[in-house]
Design a protein around this ligand. Structure first.
Ligand code: SAM
Ligand code: SF4
Length: 330
């Protein structure tokens, strides 16, 4: 599908639950989320039907996310089913890694080859603080298990938060020197309620890149096929085994090359992370709409994609989106 700004839309992020076993302060309220009733969450068969029709409109890549996707029962079988959908060439997963040590092997065998693991601190106490109780060792075991299972590349997503983990920039950079992982620094986005709590905590990736560049020789992977990976700009610490990526949704919009749609756990298609305009698929689906109707609704969501989101940072981030990331599916 080509949208009205000439972007090819071929990537669908599917949130299979809004529940999570962590409560990251920038993503969820303290008491957790789940405003969605059990019956309002799409069943796996319903998601497969949507993905099947989306594939006919040009979606070829699917990322499974949440909330925390590994807390939903049956996730491995669901992924296996996804792998049978004609036209879907690539299935990936984003997880907080807490349950990954137990799941890595079966996820790999079910057809996931690429995995993103979120990790905002390498210090156990700070990790517990930002996640409101998470166990860093469990995540590190999950990362090791993913490596043993054969995942490659393993991407570690690190949201940079001023006054919280900006003192760990070099620790994360060092983490890539003797490990074959890709650490991706992500700018904090002002989403939902949690965004309001984190006002003033945004840190631009220019700061992070400078801090690393002052301590190490940072080589852009220019000329290489891997210089840019989706929205990430990639570098390597000279001599390092791993890669450092910068994803800068606030300071460097990547809207011009945005190729994605998002399916929320309660069955809405979202055209832009930052815009609350959504197309309801669940209601027509449960009313018994035809395959053609579903495809039309998917095209309608593509038609709603704005040229770019409106977030800029001028000392006061402008909030554009009312929902937290865990409700949308990051
Ligand atoms: N629970 C899984 C995880 O944490 O990887 C998957 C869902 S989570 C919503 C996906 C990603 O969104 C995580 O890497 C998280 O750090 C990121 N995220 C959540 N809220 C964010 C925000 N306000 N700004 C930037 N990234 C955010
Ligand atoms: Fe859960 Fe992921 Fe949000 Fe953290 S970022 S609260 S792990 S959904």
């Amino acid at each position: 599908m080509i949208d009205k700004y000439n972007r090819e839309i071929n990537y669908l992020r599917v949130s299979i639950t809004d529940r999570c076993n962590l409560r990251c302060t920038y993503c969820m309220p303290k008491e957790g989320l789940s405003t969605i009733g059990h019956d309002d969450i799409l069943r796996y068969e319903e998601i497969i039907r949507i993905v099947t029709e989306a594939a006919k409109t040009g979606i070829a890549k699917v990322r499974v996310t949440g909330g925390e996707p590994l807390v939903r029962r049956g996730v491995v079988d669901f992924i296996r089913m996804l792998g049978t959908v004609r036209g879907i060439e690539d299935i990936s997963l984003t997880t907080n890694g807490i349950l990954l040590a137990d799941y890595a092997q079966s996820l790999f065998e079910a057809g996931i080859k690429r995995i993103n693991i979120s990790l905002d601190s390498l210090d156990a106490r700070k990790y517990a603080r930002i996640t409101r109780g998470g166990d860093l060792q469990a995540v590190l075991r999950g990362i090791a298990a993913s490596n043993d299972a054969g995942f490659s590349p393993i991407k570690i997503n690190t949201v940079m938060i001023k006054g919280f983990n900006d003192d760990e920039v070099l620790d994360f950079a060092r983490y890539t020197i003797d490990r074959p992982y890709q650490v991706r620094f992500i700018e904090l986005m002002p989403l939902g309620e949690a965004g309001a709590r984190n006002d003033g905590r945004y840190l631009s990736n220019a700061f992070v890149r400078n801090a690393i560049g002052n301590a190490y020789t940072l080589e852009p992977l220019n000329g290489s096929r891997n210089a840019i990976d989706g929205p990430a700009r990639l570098y390597r610490v000279a001599g390092g085994r791993g890669v450092i990526g910068f994803i800068s949704p606030v300071s460097e919009h990547f809207c011009d090359s945005c190729n994605r749609l998002r399916l929320t756990a309660d069955g809405h298609l979202r055209a832009c992370l930052m815009s609350d305009n959504e197309v309801d698929l669940k209601e027509p689906l449960r009313r018994g709409c035809s395959d053609g109707d579903l495809q039309d609704l998917i095209r309608a969501a593509v038609a709603m994609k704005p040229r770019k989101h409106g977030i800029v940072h001028d000392g006061n981030a402008i909030r554009k989106c009312m929902k937290d990331m865990s409700a949308i599916g990051g």
